[in-house]
Design a protein around this ligand. Structure first.
Ligand SMILES: C[S@@+](CC[C@H](N)C(=O)[O-])C[C@H]1O[C@@H](n2cnc3c(N)ncnc32)[C@H](O)[C@@H]1O
Length: 214
């Protein structure tokens, strides 16, 4: 996906992916990763998600990565926070009240910038990327987080019926990306009411990824 695609989405407020409350698959299944606060949770492609508030409320420090400066600015402004802003590598680092958002391209982020990570939460992230970028995304996450545990939420549907985003990311694909480093367990799966944008049936699934060496 061209970065401009996402910048335009935020500039024109076409953010139908943004939910008004913490995601039910997050609140229902994150505890199954067995992470005890305090810990540091990475949220790639974070937007201005309320999921970051929920993770913070559980006692975790939240680290996000987001391309759009507007999204990051709105996240803090909507909470009445003025973030401390510093330059960090190719990114701007915005930080307040236990949430830090690295504004810039995820693929330019480095492990030393991010620091140690105890778990990763992927909602609207792997499914936001076309196949060529997903092939780079999974190894980038593994490098950034030393293959930390993950909760991944993904859609699966007939990609020939509709182009993404969100893209279809099947169980087979998740296993291809992560089974060398993680054990994948299906936490929950359901048929999306009305299918994917009314074009075809779709399932949404929450996957727990547990490091093989843990
Ligand atoms: C589908 S939205 C999901 C946002 C959030 N996870 C949520 O659940 O609301 C995908 C987000 O990823 C951001 N994004 C896309 N490509 C990116 C990249 N290469 N690096 C960082 N952020 C990116 C977009 O700006 C957008 O906010």
């Amino acid at each position: 996906m061209d970065p401009q695609f996402w910048h335009t989405r935020w500039q024109t407020n076409q953010i139908g992916f943004h939910e008004g409350a913490p995601n039910a698959l997050l609140t229902g299944h994150f505890a199954a990763l067995g992470l005890t606060p305090p810990g540091r949770v990475f949220v790639p492609l974070c937007g201005k998600s309320h999921d970051m508030d929920w993770l913070r409320a559980q006692g975790f420090e939240v680290l996000g990565a987001e391309l759009s400066p507007l999204a990051a600015a709105q996240f803090f402004a909507e909470r009445g926070l003025t973030p401390e802003t510093t330059a960090s590598g190719a990114h701007q680092r915005l930080s307040a009240a236990g949430v830090t958002i690295f504004v810039g391209d995820l693929f330019d982020l480095t492990a030393p910038q991010l620091g140690p990570i105890d778990a990763l939460y992927d909602r609207g992230a792997i499914v936001a990327l076309p196949p060529t970028l997903r092939a780079r995304y999974a190894p980038q996450l593994l490098a950034l987080t030393s293959a930390a545990p993950q909760l991944v939420i993904a859609f699966a549907y007939d990609q020939s019926k509709l182009s993404g985003p969100p893209f279809s990311v099947t169980e087979d694909e998740l296993r291809a990306h992560y089974s060398a480093t993680h054990t994948l367990t299906l936490a929950h799966s359901y048929e999306v009411p009305g299918g994917m944008k009314g074009a075809c049936p779709a399932t949404e699934s929450a996957w727990l990824l547990t490091p093989r060496c843990a």
